[in-house]
Design a protein around this ligand. Structure first.
Ligand code: FAD
Length: 421
């Protein structure tokens, strides 16, 4: 496999770019593996990579029903941040951000991580007080965080609606190390690096059934034949309940909801940061891609389905939020919009945990926020599968927390679209 470097770019330039090797193999499924990860999204691929890299494990496969990154991994608005307060999230997301900072080097693949600052607009003194508490906690626990007054915000982001906004802007809570990355490059980077460590990546391989015996999974039925597995990890995001039912495990505290993303026609440089607007039922976030398109999104769609496309009422809702906060977008044309199927948990927090079956492990419940989590999610899920116990950082990410009353996220918003404002 070619190692990407300035030298390999120059060398391949001389041969008309014709000699690049394929990025990862396309193997036939073997009859069995020690570990099978179901789901070739970011979390599944990252898990396979860290199982091989951090734990030296072999005979690992990732089975993906479609193509890599065809799920939420390649559909999100790519915001990466670690601005959480409560211990359950604080250390997990900060670890993830630190992994992001080294990811392109780690994978020898440019994931285009751009630390351009995440700016949450503040609209009332009460909101500023709450943000100050959260951002001070972040500073005290080793993360960068700032509160900007209105003058600073106007200087840094001049195009916002400062004149006649329905909810006047009074300042912002800012994390400068936060930013965006190129989502499909993350999938390809993890796939390539995992493949180099011997992981079989099996695309067009849908799991259609789970065979169990004596409280263990013994094999997976797939569209490319049966595969026996020593250990199995589910990392299928919006399809988690379906897989859970195949394993005959009953109900999960997860609902599948659609979330849309939008891209405008390319514009000249307009916005150099990620800006988030959430007040009075509005929920809106926006950044500008390297190609110039404005990339933005808002709430979940108001009704559920497994279709990866959204509905017009939400398009109107999001465009209203866009023009209310950035009126200069009023005459910009929308280029594309699409949806992903989100795994919304009932308290808005994820699962990285064991299950009632001895050798089955669960990675799910990422809601809106699983892109930024993907490196740490893969890191800690691999650790759980390898050592059969959770690291203390993710100890609370289990299914028992609803019975034990453990609160991981300060808001605990769950699957209700309007609670995520
Ligand atoms: C529009 C949108 C915007 C978002 N914006 C952000 C953001 O700005 N920041 C952020 O942090 N997060 C964001 N997210 C959330 C984030 O994208 C997800 O939480 C995260 O990608 C989920 O993990 P994943 O990549 O592994 O999921 P996926 O990419 O969905 O991976 C799951 C994979 O499992 C496969 N699969 C399902 N069933 C089977 C089966 N039976 N057999 C085999 N394979 C199967 C699917 O095909 C899929 O490829 C957003 C999501 C969406 C949809």
């Amino acid at each position: 496999m070619t190692r990407y470097s300035a030298w390999s770019v120059i060398k391949n330039g001389f041969s008309g770019q014709k000699n690049w090797g394929r990025a990862w193999r396309d193997p036939e499924p073997k009859s069995g593996y020690d570990i099978v990860i179901v789901g070739g999204g970011l979390h599944g691929l990252a898990t396979a990579y860290y199982l091989a890299k951090n734990h030296g494990l072999k005979k690992i496969a990732v089975v993906e029903k479609g193509w890599l990154g065809g799920g939420n991994g390649g559909r999100n608005t790519t915001i990466v941040r670690s601005n959480y307060m409560m211990p359950g999230n604080r250390f997990f997301y900060e670890h993830s951000l630190k992994l992001w900072e080294q990811l392109s080097h780690e994978l020898n693949y440019n994931v285009m991580f751009s630390q351009r600052a995440h700016i949450s607009l503040l609209h009332s003194p009460a909101a500023r007080d709450a943000a100050a508490r959260r951002y001070n906690t972040m500073r005290l626990t080793g993360t960068d965080a700032e509160i900007w007054d209105l003058e600073t915000l106007k200087r840094e982001v001049p195009h916002l609606n400062y004149q006649n906004a329905r909810f006047p802007i009074i300042g912002a809570a800012v994390q400068k190390r936060a930013g965006t990355a190129r989502h499909d490059a993350v999938a390809w980077g993890y796939a390539r690096a995992a493949d180099q460590l011997g992981v079989d990546i099996l695309q067009n391989c849908e799991v259609t059934g789970v065979r169990r015996e004596n409280g263990k999974v013994i094999s997976l039925q797939t569209s490319r034949g049966d595969i026996t597995a020593g250990k199995v990890g589910f990392a299928v995001a919006g399809n988690t309940s379906r897989l859970w039912q195949m394993a005959e495990l009953g109900k999960l505290p997860i609902e599948s909801h659609k979330l849309q993303a939008f891209v405008s026609e390319p514009l000249k440089p307009l916005l150099d940061q990620v800006v988030v607007f959430g007040v009075g039922g509005a929920h809106f976030y926006i950044s500008q891609s390297d190609k110039g398109g404005m990339v933005f999104g808002g709430d979940l769609d108001w009704y559920k389905s497994y279709a990866q496309r959204g509905n017009l009422p939400l398009v109107q809702d999001v465009c209203e939020a866009a023009t209310s906060i950035l009126p200069c977008l009023g005459r910009v044309r929308l280029l594309r919009h699409w949806a992903g199927v989100m795994d919304m948990s009932m308290d808005g927090s994820p699962f990285i945990c064991k299950t009632p079956l001895e050798n089955l492990y669960l990675n799910a419940g990422w809601n809106y926020g699983g892109f930024k989590a993907s490196p740490a999610s893969g890191w800690y899920f691999a650790d759980l599968i390898a050592n059969d116990r959770p690291d203390p950082v993710v100890e609370g990410f289990n299914l028992q927390r609803f019975a034990n009353g453990v609160n991981i996220d300060e808001r605990g918003a769950g699957p209700d679209p309007k609670l995520h404002g």
